[in-house]
Design a protein around this ligand. Structure first.
Ligand code: AMP
Length: 113
């Protein structure tokens, strides 16, 4: 989608540090990492948020979830990780292209701030 920063990353119109890519999914390093490992896992299809996922997105979103453990393993996260999908204003979703933050290699806090 025009004017979507993550679509621009997916289309290689702007640079990013991509660590995983296939026909449906891309994972790249967050510009402002909140943990030693902080990736964004993103479907190549533009879906604005978790609130916009429809049955037609089942294959893409299911595929993405099966890739999480592989991407985590590639980052040496055998000790665990956190997957976060900020959705909407109260969760401070700033980029309106669904993305999963993969955070790891430090002890997380609960509850999150
Ligand atoms: P959220 O607040 O959940 O919408 O997260 C958006 C994330 O995208 C933030 O953690 C930003 O640091 C990150 N971000 C924004 N622009 C870029 C970019 N060009 N490359 C990598 N990460 C980005």
């Amino acid at each position: 989608m025009k004017d979507c920063i993550f679509c621009k990353i997916i289309n290689k119109e702007i640079p990013s540090d991509i660590v995983y890519e296939d026909e449906k999914v891309v994972a790249f390093r967050d510009l402002e990492p909140q943990a030693p490992v902080h990736l964004l896992i993103v479907p190549k299809t533009h879906i604005a948020s978790l609130n916009d996922v429809e049955p037609k997105d089942l294959e893409t979103m299911g595929w993405l979830l099966t890739k999480v453990k592989e991407i985590a393993a590639s980052q040496n996260l055998a000790n665990g990780y956190r997957l976060v999908c900020n959705t909407g204003e109260d969760a401070l979703q700033t980029v309106k292209h669904i993305h999963f933050h993969l955070l790891g290699r430090r002890l997380m806090q609960w509850p999150p701030g």
